[in-house]
Design a protein around this ligand. Structure first.
Ligand code: ADP
Ligand code: MG
Ligand code: MG
Length: 249
C-alpha cells in the first residue's frame, strides 16, 4: 500500500528549477533512503513534503489525500513528522520538557479542568515512555542544551516522534557524529521506526545500505534510480553519477 506519493513535483526558486519532476511512492512500513550529491535538492524535497515549501507544480498525496500547499502543522496532524538538518530543540528546557512539549502539541490544549488532570497524567506517562525508547530517561531533568551532540540529535528525533506520526522524515540525523554515535543512532532509528514509514536523507553509504529497504538517488532535482540497496549498488548510472564521486556534505 502506498502511504506517501509524489507525482510530477517541481520547485523553482526564482528562475532556477531545483526540483525537476519528482515521482516517488513510499510503501507502508518501508525505510526509504534519499541519497545524492550536496545541492541535489534533498532537503528541498523534504520541505515540500512537510509543507515548509509549496511545489511550483505537481501533487503530494498522504494516505490518499493531497497535502501540497497545506500548512506544516496541518500535515503534521495528518500523521507526518520530520526532523531538520539543523537541531531544533529548546536548549534552555529540560529533556523531559522538550518532549512533553511535543506531546502536548498533539493533544492540543483543551481548557476543561477535569479532562486536563487526566491528560496531564497521561502525557507525563507518554513522555517518560518516549524518553525510555530514546534511551534518555537518565537525562530526564538535564537541560537539552547540555546533552552531548548525539543525545541532542536523539532528542530531535524524539521531538518528531512525539506527534506519533505514521510517516517520519529524517534529514541527515547522523551528520557530525562519530562512528560509535552513528552506530548507536542507527539502532535507535531502526527501533523507533519499526512500525512507521521512514524517509531518510543520509550520506554514509554503510548506514544507507544497512538501514534501508529501498533507496532513491536524487541528482540535480531528478530521481535517476529507485531500488533495493543491492540494485542501487549495482546500477552503472548511479555509480557514475554519484557513488563513484567524493561525497561532500
Ligand atoms: P541538498 O539537501 O540535497 O544538499 P538543498 O535542497 O538544500 O540540497 O538545496 C538544493 C539547491 O537549492 C541548492 O543549490 C540551494 O542553494 C538551492 N536552494 C535551497 N533553498 C533555496 C531557497 N530558499 N532559495 C533559493 N535557492 C535555494
Ligand atoms: Mg546539503
Ligand atoms: Mg540537505
Amino acid at each position: 500500500r502506498t502511504v506517501l506519493e509524489l507525482a510530477g513535483v517541481h520547485k523553482s526558486f526564482g528562475e532556477t528549477e531545483i526540483i525537476r519532476g519528482v515521482d516517488l511512492a513510499l510503501i507502508e512500513g518501508e525505510r526509504h533512503a534519499i541519497i545524492g550529491p550536496n545541492g541535489a535538492g534533498k532537503s528541498t524535497l523534504f520541505h515540500l513534503i512537510s509543507g515548509q515549501l509549496q511545489p511550483t507544480r505537481g501533487t503530494i498525496t498522504l494516505d490518499g489525500r493531497q497535502i501540497q500547499g497545506l500548512e506544516p502543522r496541518v500535515i503534521n496532524r495528518m500523521g507526518l513528522a520530520r526532523s531538520f538538518q539543523i537541531t531544533n530543540i529548546f536548549p534552555g528546557h529540560s529533556v523531559f520538557e522538550n518532549l512533553r512539549f511535543g506531546i502536548l502539541r498533539r493533544y492540543g490544549l483543551q481548557y476543561n479542568f477535569w479532562r486536563r488532570v487526566a491528560q496531564v497524567r497521561r502525557i507525563t506517562e507518554e513522555t517518560e515512555q518516549l524518553l525510555e525508547e530514546l534511551r534518555l530517561l537518565k537525562s530526564r531533568d538535564v537541560l537539552a542544551g547540555e546533552l552531548s551532540y548525539s543525545e541532542q540529535r536523539s532528542l530531535e528525533i524524539g521531538m518528531a516522534l512525539a506527534s506519533d506520526p505514521r510517516v517520519v522524515l529524517l534529514d541527515e540525523p547522523m551528520a557530525g557524529m562519530s562512528r560509535e554515535e552513528t552506530d548507536y543512532t542507527v539502532g535507535l532509528i531502526r527501533q523507533l521506526t519499526a512500525r512507521r514509514t521512514l524517509m531518510i536523507v543520509e550520506h554514509d553509504m554503510d548506514v544507507v545500505f544497512s538501514l534501508s529497504d529501498r533507496v532513491s538517488v536524487l541528482v540535480y532535482g531528478q530521481i535517476i534510480a529507485t531500488g533495493t540497496p543491492d540494485e542501487i549498488r549495482a546500477n552503472r548510472q548511479v555509480q557514475e553519477a554519484y557513488l563513484g564521486t567524493e561525497v561532500s556534505v
